[in-house]
Design a protein. Structure first.
Lengths: 205, 205
């Protein structure tokens, strides 16, 4: 399978959410027209996106809801549990580790790292905060592939470098810093205050 | 001034953060080469971005740090305080209202709305949770222009409609739903679990 574009992946996650809700209602079939109406997408867009990932229906009848669900789960890597390492036990890290949407989708923050003696050894929602010095060892041992960076921007690159050396392949970076990663790794940056700044910039114009 | 592209705004917020740190150190001038090295951007990109918003330096000398800071603050609407309404006092809303980066940039969550009798009337970090029925009145009275939606996806559109009718002009939407807004309004969608799903999708390939 070829690599899907980011925008397609983003739509697939939206489709999946809605299609899960239809599955719960026990509907066996759904058309792209109905999906489009409910989710504010063009039916042609939905058909194109879904055709990338497999064959889930019959022309003129619609998609088989259960089959489509399974296909979306598989494509998005949601047919399994992912262990996630969280680096940074500050306010932002605390907020993120408590975020209910992660666990619901099979992402388990299973270890937290920090460099503050006041935080190391504490437990947070059942997850121990470990010394950042143990990061390479623990990540290798547990074969963790996904990490979330929630440290101040001055240490973001250093943390990313250690994560990558330890075997992490995909990083969600909340530090407001453009972290550099080698090719073949996946990096997503989210800066919540930048998002608000783009709103205030708009209102200022 | 013409409307800046999203990607430019996003870079300006990164520049601003770094330039603030230079200002603190008391450096009067900085070159685009130095900025580029420190932030992993091409100097030509930085010069182009900054030329959009004003004249802050002299060829061959660099940018005047203090002037540049003021220019960035003004462009991004960060030379003032913004009142923000938060809708949804669930786990996600709680995390967001505690997010330290908002207040630091002049965004003050000054009111929270929810429809749960168990939450209405409670106080969160000094901010009262009001009945969602009071939303139109309170938002109009306080002239709030920015809102954050952190409700389940099934009520996201309804909440957005009420916010817009009440005078809100810019919305940060954390509900995993493609909210429709009329032209002339600004909407930013952030779906944290979608971001993680794009990582797991990458690892699955």
């Amino acid at each position: 399978m070829t690599r899907l574009p980011e925008t397609t992946i983003s739509r697939l996650t939206i489709y999946r959410r809605y299609i899960k809700s239809i599955l719960k209602k026990g509907k066996p079939l759904v058309t792209s027209e109905k999906l489009g109406r409910k989710m504010h997408f063009k039916p042609s867009q939905i058909r194109r996106d879904l055709s990338y990932i497999g064959q889930f229906g019959r022309r003129g009848k619609g998609y088989y809801v259960r089959k489509l669900c399974r296909g979306l789960d598989k494509t998005l890597g949601l047919d399994r549990e992912w262990q996630v390492a969280l680096v940074g036990a500050g306010n932002l890290g605390r907020s993120l580790s408590a975020y209910p949407g992660f666990r619901r989708h099979g992402f388990e923050v299973s270890v937290i790292f920090d460099n503050s003696p006041a935080k190391i050894g504490k437990t947070w929602l059942g997850v121990e905060v470990l010394d950042i010095k143990q990061m390479p060892k623990v990540i290798k041992e547990r074969k963790i592939k996904i990490a979330i960076i929630a440290v101040p921007y001055s240490s973001a690159q250093q943390v990313a470098d250690i994560l990558i050396r330890s075997g992490v392949k995909a990083i969600l970076n909340f530090a407001p810093y453009k972290v550099a990663v080698p090719e073949g790794l996946k990096l997503k940056n989210i800066d919540l205050s930048t998002e608000l700044q783009s709103l205030s910039c708009f209102l200022t114009k």
